[in-house]
Design a protein around this ligand. Structure first.
Ligand SMILES: C[S@@+](CC[C@H](N)C(=O)[O-])C[C@H]1O[C@@H](n2cnc3c(N)ncnc32)[C@H](O)[C@@H]1O
Length: 352
């Protein structure tokens, strides 16, 4: 069988082929196999190398990478094997040059601020954090607020004695977060970074992603990469909580268009379309302010409860539970939000 992929390898190829372009395939980086050894992997991953030099790396027992190091490659192996070297280790993906996406437009966040960051919702942050802590039965005091925006949840956690990192890509919003924390004499570490690039191995007891800060990328595989980063950034036993508008809720309340006056007096007209067989939703937002109008087009990946749970499990999270609100009511017909909570296993399961 020299040079021929085994079934497991073919499966890995099928699983990852076609996704590598956008999330970091062989052509984008060199896999740092030389730095991957038992010592660097034991805490987080397990690995096995077969006699032909084919490596299998697993996260909590789940295979997520198979490949051949250039150095160790058996001469009889085919180019397939070499091209199968793809890093699936969170944080080792070399960042690709990305096209500008809708959420990279700071004007979008500025123009829609009074809607997306409505004061009424922000004022509830403290209460929501208390409920989140009850729901997660959290142990430990370090937290990552991913897509933290103006930092309301980061600040509420810091007030409760957490050491907090707030990560967001939007400088305009982070500046507001910084100013608010400073005015309250509260310390939070603010990091301006794309969530696809932020990973801090085993640094946090709690990661939270609040109010639809997930699903922004054209390729769902990038959402999956974010979940792997989250898994990697959690300490064993740490908890991830995510709050999005679930597909089931969206289907129930869906309207193709709506208009409203925003708290700052401007008008927001929304036109919505479901794309790719209920995979994505497109929103065209027109903001009319002082006789001037601005148009923005947003696209979000939409997840059902089952899909979100599956993605979280694929990232390695366990005991994933779904709720219909932050009070912990079931994700049923009365659900207002899709809240999912999952944990990183306390013990690393060994690769079998
Ligand atoms: C709907 S807002 C929610 C903000 C905050 N979690 C809250 O509940 O108020 C989504 C946030 O995600 C941030 N964001 C969008 N794309 C991002 C990315 N690729 N990486 C990091 N943050 C991102 C935005 O800047 C924005 O602050």
């Amino acid at each position: 069988m020299f040079g021929r992929p085994t079934n497991a390898e073919e499966n890995a190829e099928r699983q990852y082929n076609g996704k590598s372009e956008s999330i970091g395939g062989l052509q984008q980086f060199k896999l740092p196999w030389t730095s991957v050894n038992k010592e660097t992997l034991t805490a987080k991953q397990s690995f096995a190398q077969n006699v032909f030099g084919v490596w299998t790396v697993a996260h909590t027992g789940r295979t997520f990478c198979q490949g051949v190091s250039e150095k160790n490659a058996y001469p009889g192996l085919t180019s397939w094997h070499r091209s199968a070297v793809r890093s699936r280790i969170p944080g080792t993906m070399k960042r690709q040059k990305r096209e500008k996406e809708w959420f990279d437009d700071d004007d979008f966040w500025r123009e829609t601020f009074s809607y997306v960051f409505a004061e009424k919702r922000q004022a509830l942050a403290s209460e929501v954090v208390d409920k989140a802590l009850t729901l997660t039965k959290l142990e430990g005091k370090s937290a990552l607020d991913l897509g933290c925006g103006i930092g309301s949840f980061s600040i509420a956690l810091a007030k409760r004695g957490f050491s907090v990192t707030g990560v967001d890509r939007t400088k305009y919003l982070l500046d507001k977060a910084r100013a608010k924390a400073r005015s309250m004499d509260i310390t939070v570490e603010w990091v301006q970074k794309d969530m696809r690039d932020f990973v801090r191995p085993e640094a946090y007891d709690f990661v939270l992603s609040m109010f639809s800060s997930f699903g922004y990328f054209d390729d769902r595989a990038e959402d999956a990469a974010v979940l792997r980063n989250i898994f990697e950034s959690l300490r064993p036993g740490g908890v991830f909580l995510i709050d999005i508008l679930g597909k089931e809720i969206l289907a129930k309340v869906f309207q193709t268009s709506s208009a409203q006056t925003l708290p700052d007096g401007s008008m927001l007209v929304e036109q919505r379309k479901i794309l790719d067989g209920w995979t994505r939703v497109q929103n065209e937002w027109t903001v009319i302010r002082k006789g001037r109008s601005r148009n923005f087009t947003l696209q979000l990946n939409i997840y059902s409860g089952q899909e979100l749970r599956q993605e979280m499990e694929l990232a390695g999270l366990v005991d994933v539970k779904l709720y219909g609100n932050i009070d912990g009511d079931p994700y049923g017909t009365d659900a207002k939000r899709l809240i999912a909570v999952g944990s990183k296993p306390k013990m690393n399961r060994r690769f079998r």
